[in-house]
Ligand binder design. Structure first.
Ligand SMILES: [Zn+2]
Ligand SMILES: [Zn+2]
Length: 278
């Protein structure tokens, strides 16, 4: 392998600060001094610029999710630059800007992996749960699962896109919303407010149904056609809706707000029980 105009390898520190979980009993993270990890075969080392905080990081830290690795470093909305290349890598060069997300690796051979649905792979591994994530100065990632990012996007703006953004984008795709269609968003947290901007940019008419006047105000500021309470009906029947709120009792409500033939996508990982449907 040749490196035309290869840049001199910058000196890496030997140690770094990382924030690791201390166990479900205490339910918090603590700062520790650790060796800077060496990227394994097919992995790159990433110097972390910024890392978002996702609800799932709290579930890992507080033991709502079973422990996969003791004293794991959470964080899976990572923006950084490639600081070292593991053996057999070829996608990136030193200094390239990359993002690291929740999905760290998949088997590549199961029926879900082979049908473009690797997010459903039963043998998937996850950043900040199965392997150390971004609450550290450095982290590693298999290069196949790193996202190439533009240099000019502020790290703290790109970071939330790597989980909240991906989830919302995925849910929006799943709705099959027609061009210029009417989209309902139930709940208006991190993922929903990113999805709203995406749908609006694509020309959708967005209706936000959420409790909390502040969230409703933000929705209107971002360009939503309407904003009202989550348990009410939208002003017009909707072509598609996404339920972001982790409230199963909103499923019949959201279905009632749909136009005939409309689609409801459930974006939440955790959802309370869905009531019996007529
Ligand atoms: Zn997340
Ligand atoms: Zn698989």
């Amino acid at each position: 392998m040749t490196h035309a105009g290869a840049m001199a390898r910058p000196e890496l520190p030997r140690t770094m600060t990382a924030w690791e979980t201390v166990g479900p009993d205490l339910g918090r993270v603590r700062p520790v001094e650790r060796s800077v990890p060496a990227p394994g075969a097919g992995e790159v080392l990433v110097a972390v610029e910024a890392c978002g905080v996702c609800r799932t990081d709290l579930h890992v830290t507080e033991g709502d999710l079973p422990e996969h690795r003791a004293h794991v470093v959470p964080g899976h909305e990572v923006v950084g630059t490639v600081a070292a290349l593991g053996s057999g890598t070829s996608r990136f060069r030193l200094g390239d800007r990359v993002g690291v997300a929740w999905l760290r690796s998949t088997c590549g051979s199961c029926r879900w992996c082979r049908s473009g649905r690797e997010n459903l792979c039963p043998r998937a591994q996850f950043t900040g749960w199965d392997a150390d994530g971004g609450y550290a100065d450095f982290t590693t990632v298999p290069e196949a699962y790193a996202y190439r990012l533009p240099d000019d996007v502020p790290a703290e703006q790109a970071a939330p896109l790597l989980c909240a953004g991906i989830i919302g984008y995925r849910a929006l795709r799943r709705t099959g919303l027609p061009p210029g269609g009417r989209l309902g968003l139930y709940g208006f947290g991190a993922s929903a407010h990113l999805t709203a901007q995406l749908a609006l940019a694509q020309g959708a008419e967005v209706h936000v149904l959420t409790r909390g006047e502040e969230a409703q105000r933000l929705a209107l500021e971002l360009g939503a056609a309407s904003a009202g309470p989550a348990d009410g009906l939208p002003p017009v029947p909707l072509d598609a809706s996404i339920l972001f709120a982790p409230a199963g009792e909103l499923v019949p409500v959201a279905l009632a707000g749909l136009e005939q033939g409309g689609t409801l996508a459930l974006a939440g990982i955790h959802l309370t029980d869905i009531p019996t449907l007529d």
